[in-house]
Design a protein around this ligand. Sequence first.
Ligand code: CP
Length: 337
Amino acid sequence: MCVKFRGSHVLSVAQFERGDIEAIFRIADHMEPYAQRRRATRVLEGAILGSMFFEASTRTRISFGSAFNLLGGEVRESVGMDSLSLVKGESLRDTARVLSGFSDVICMRHPVAGSVAEFASASRVPVLNGGDGSNEHPSQALLDLYTIEKELAGRGRNIDGLRIAMIGDLRYGRTVHSLARLLSLFEGIQVVLVSPPELSMPAPLVEELRAAGQRVVESDNLEASITHVDIVYSTRIQEERFPDRRQADLYRGRLRLNQAIYTQYCEPNTVIMHPLPRDSRAEANELDIDLDQNPNLAIFRQTDNGLLVRMALFALVLDVVPLVDKYACEVRWYTPG
Ligand code: CP
């Protein structure tokens, strides 16, 4: 299994089979004591992660960097376009060739769909897609599915047979694109796609789900769509993909979930997810902070799980999985409370 990952780019979830997902998740499980600082490892000592984020990010950028640090590696980071020679007309391919001479692996986010793949085509080291425009966000979908697996396990269930409502901007939201693709790998999935008609899931992705035998319903009615699901997966209006703010404003705040709606319409224990950031401005507020005390709100378990999944991806593409424990070392600074 590791041979398949060794030296590979991670550009789209379409490159994975179900067995690959299982492998990533079991390695992610193994990373937990390292992520929780109960153990330390120097397995990637001397390795350098090139972290290239051409678009705003909190979770993905810092989680990739922290995951690499936790495996003993160093991070060299560039944020935004302005500090790079791309502004002097250098191509993405030349940039990739240069940076891959300095790095052992690169993670990258870019506002243009397909740009991370273009960059990867000229890179001599593995490139992990941290989000390319509205196209894909593979590591987010993996951590989302890993979270779903864990949440359902606590209820004696597995991913097969999952009922999920994906809500919000399904047109531009790359996390739901990647997650929908991953769900095609499983059995008996029921998906309710809830969005304004103008922001519906791209037809090819809906077709992919249906061709895989999954039951797909499209709706613009939030309350009617969340009554019989295991997971409510809310998303933000992706304002940065709209021609201007005014057009994004047309859709902001239309599909809001709060505790009163959850209590009235959801089954008990329905899990609430969101890739974050949630837009907490009054006019948007797609996931109200009055849900923060709800034990079924899994949004911060998602971010914690992201660290484990990204550690697993690095260990796989750099082919060090069997060595993680071998290069474990004493934790000197951390005293469990
Ligand atoms: N979920 C996600 O991609 O968050 P960031 O934009 O903060 O990285």
